[in-house]
Design a protein around this ligand. Sequence first.
Ligand code: GAL
Length: 409
Amino acid sequence: MKLTTKLLGLTALVGATQAQAVEMEVMHWWTSGGEAAAVAKFAEALNNNTEHTWVDGAIAGGGDVARPVMVSRIIGGDPPAAFQFNHGRQAEELIEAGLLLDLTDVAEAEGWEDIVNPPSLLDACTVDGRVYCAPVNIHSWQWLWLSNDAYEQAGVEVPTNWEEFVAAAPALREAGITPLAMGGQSWQQSGAFGVMAIALAGEEAWLAVNQDKDAEVARGEDYTRVFQAFADARDLADGLDVQDWNQATNAVIEGTAGGQIMGDWAQGEFAVAGMTAGEDYTCLPGLGNTAVLSTGGDAFYFPVTGDPEIEAAQKELAALLLSPEVQVAFNSAKGSLPIRGDVDLTTVNDCTTRGLELLAGDNVLPDGNLLLTQDTITQTNDLMTEFFNSDMSVEDVQEQYAQIIENAN
Ligand code: GAL
């Protein structure tokens, strides 16, 4: 893959003398089939277009497992050259501690302010006017993925919204199919709750709770309706016992589960399985109830090492990740949308097209990672997984959730 000469001119930014070959350890949590296929595009781009070498530091088990490992390496003085976080508040303590490289000179040289769309992605990398991460994609949680085959087996229409999904569940059970695929990690159950909150309580109520931290809205009837639906989801997930999100996606791919509430990184799995959107699977943005896209996603951060050669290589990699060619190659495999509006993906299917329409139509919400601290997110994850794995009442979980919001900053 030959990149534009403009990018290769980046050595001017970092100084030709410093552009020595560096072995760059890059830490991330992309270990599923689709994720691995996507991150390989980054490795290929670095190896083929610079003198540096990508040393893959994949950590299995998802972000909740990987992030503490990355943080301990950085705080322990043995940092990788780069690491993946979700952009937003996850990195704020590392930035405040002065442990992450200021990329503002790269952002200015590369014109990120004019390139990155929506601008909120770059805002999510910016603290006190300085840029600390390279945003690489837009991932939206707001999707329900449905197996067309499962509903055909059950002799019912593919649902078009949450209410129809619940109503079709008995027919799926009759056919020996688990209605809702849900993995065992808490972030998956908590993520599904967040999607249901937007879809069933509405954008205004969701923003009041997540942005304004309004605990009275969290205690209100709109959220009671969400928790009642979440209790339904708890029942509908009975029957599938898997841990990782992509194992749950695989149940939808195989038609042993009807649907999964999951971010659009699930598309990477459907792609690796050779499935076609609209033919083999159906995607409902906002569960089909509230068509919306949330602009979450991933970004790369670069620990301060004090070594000018490593710093030069880090800045080259940061610029490379946002280049048009790399954005197309990576996002086409990842199932995410590119962070720049001047590129066309090679694999645009019905679902990606729907996502792009929502983005263009401003039917967009910020991801929770931009509004909530990791501490608040962890407390919410713990509560939702306790609810999902017990007979805790709707009243009880709603009150405990309202208290978490009351204490959130
Ligand atoms: C998200 C990340 C995605 C996806 C997912 C599952 O936090 O933004 O890229 O990989 O985790 O691992």
